[in-house]
Design a protein around this ligand. Structure first.
Ligand SMILES: [Zn+2]
Length: 498
């Protein structure tokens, strides 16, 4: 009976899917565009061969000053021309009057997981039962990212790598809604991980084998995690580099300077998870303090900060800012966004509101360090950029449940402005800088003739009021315009479930 049910449901599923999951071609973050199929078409709003965006404000992603009343011409998925209000429209073009709107490059989300963090049986006092799990959000996450203006994303650690690879294949084949994907392999984690879904590496040889296997399967990046040893990290970096792939890390057992010496390409979470000044730090062991004492001691003006930033810049190590997830630890800091709350399941919303309430109601002194760390990190990120460092951006949708795919990417840009960057600088960090890290700055990340038409149209002007970045109306990917509100509507009440 059960077998029949399963076979029956598989048959039913097959009728819903227009095409089977294609086999992975050679790994490529930006696959050649193909037209959307029947399951994607309902979310397409604009798909003329030639589309003209008229009377639109322009933030080009390079950090240049915003311009009013521009014209952007898109032909065959590429940006054909950018000019003033008198730029002639080609014959037969679909013309959109975008008065009161601004166009910016698609966001390149560099810490954009495909899962939700679950705390089983969480109660109002904050108690939950083990194990800690991260259920995969295959349906809702890609839609949420695209609806928010994310046109390219890195998964930055996968718990269901086969699923992420299949999602990428389907998106690239026009059979599923979502951004271009840089699929990161499964977390490269050592022993004693809190996450039951992660493999614990046995030794350096296991790290080499794991990277080799997942690179063969189509993973285009890798991420080390909190309990990896230096030997395992070194082996993983070597294998990834042998294949022309980059490796990042959410570190703890290995300090930032140690990882730089091993050749790491990128460090996740700004300056929050460096353990080099944690008291009693043992080599290859993640201390319980997990970097808090280091960040408290490393004020932006300190000589330690100068030395670390110089080291990172000299070795071309990028840093990923993930401010939304750390904002959750600061009482009364993160806004309660009704549009974001609407996409959560009832259970996910309740769990988040419990956690939020506990943080906001706690005695202030209990969170004084968290607020101080947040301020230190903002200053260090600014200083890193001023010193010539490549800062990239992503939300890290984990934490207490308040960081949500897509919404979190927009919030990250707002928090970069809080850190002291101008709105156009913050947008550059979230667009062109990510493209630069991926080696794709000639294709995406800014608005210029010849580049891919990955564009976001928002109501208002984020160069004047950064919160306008939330008012997404149309998201173009390879020149096809997706209906952002309709995508959001399609996942209402779903995030946390599937
Ligand atoms: Zn993460």
């Amino acid at each position: 009976m059960l077998k029949c049910l399963i076979l029956g449901s598989v048959a039913a599923l097959a009728t819903l899917t227009a095409a089977p999951i294609p086999a992975q071609a050679a790994p490529q973050i930006l696959a050649p565009p193909v037209p959307p199929n029947a399951s994607v078409r309902p979310y397409v709003k604009v798909d003329g061969k030639t589309v003209v965006l008229r009377h639109v404000g322009l933030i080009d992603g390079t950090g240049a000053t915003a311009q009013d009343d521009r014209t952007v011409i898109v032909t065959n998925g590429r940006i054909a021309a950018v000019g003033g209000p008198n730029l002639a429209a080609p014959a037969g073009a679909q013309v959109l009057d975008l008065t009161g709107r601004t166009v910016l490059p698609g966001i390149v989300g560099m810490h954009d997981h495909m899962y939700y963090i679950a705390r089983p049986n969480m109660d109002a006092a904050g108690h939950s039962e083990p194990p800690l799990m991260v259920p995969q959000m295959t349906f809702s996450s890609p839609r949420l990212y695209l609806a928010a203006g994310v046109t390219t994303m890195r998964t930055t650690g996968s718990v269901e790598p086969y699923v992420d690879l299949n999602v990428k294949s389907l998106i690239d084949a026009g059979g599923m809604v979502g951004p271009h994907m840089d699929v990161t392999g499964p977390y490269l984690e050592g022993s004693s991980s809190p996450f039951i879904q992660m493999h614990a590496l046995r030794d350096a040889a296991d790290a080499t084998r794991t990277v080799a296997y997942w690179a063969d399967m189509g993973a285009t990046s890798f991420k080390a995690y909190m309990n990896i040893t230096r030997a395992e990290l070194g082996a993983a970096i070597q294998e990834a580099h042998k294949r022309g792939l980059k490796l990042t890390g959410h570190l703890c057992s290995v300090t930032y300077p140690e990882a730089v010496a091993l050749g790491i390409d990128n460090l996740e979470h700004g300056f929050f998870v460096n353990t080099q000044l944690d008291p009693g730090k043992q080599p290859d062991v993640c201390p319980r303090t997990a970097g808090d004492p280091t960040l408290l001691a490393m004020t932006p003006e300190s000589p330690e900060a100068d030395r670390l930033i110089r080291l990172l810049v000299d070795h071309h190590v990028a840093v990923t800012s993930t401010l939304p997830v750390f904002e959750q630890r600061v009482p009364m800091h993160s806004p309660l966004n009704p549009k974001a709350m609407a996409v959560l399941t009832v259970e996910a919303r309740e769990a988040y509101l419990y956690a939020r309430n506990l943080t906001n109601q706690a005695p202030r002194d209990r969170y004084a360090d968290a607020a101080k760390e947040f301020q230190n990190d903002l200053g260090l990120e600014r200083k890193f950029v001023a010193a010539g460092g490549l800062l990239i951006a992503g939300p890290d949708p984990t934490g207490n449940g308040g960081v949500i795919p897509g919404f979190g990417d927009q919030r990250e840009v707002e928090l970069l402005v809080e850190a002291g960057f101008t709105p156009v600088e913050a947008i550059k960090i979230a667009t062109l800088n990510g493209a630069t890290y991926l080696g794709l700055a000639d294709r995406i990340g800014s608005i210029a003739p010849g580049k891919d038409a990955d564009l976001v149209v928002v109501k208002g002007d984020p160069s004047k009021a950064i919160a306008d970045i939330e008012n997404v109306e149309i998201v173009f990917k390879d020149g096809v315009g997706y209906d952002a509100p309709k995508l959001l509507e399609s996942v209402k009440g779903r995030y946390g479930q599937y």
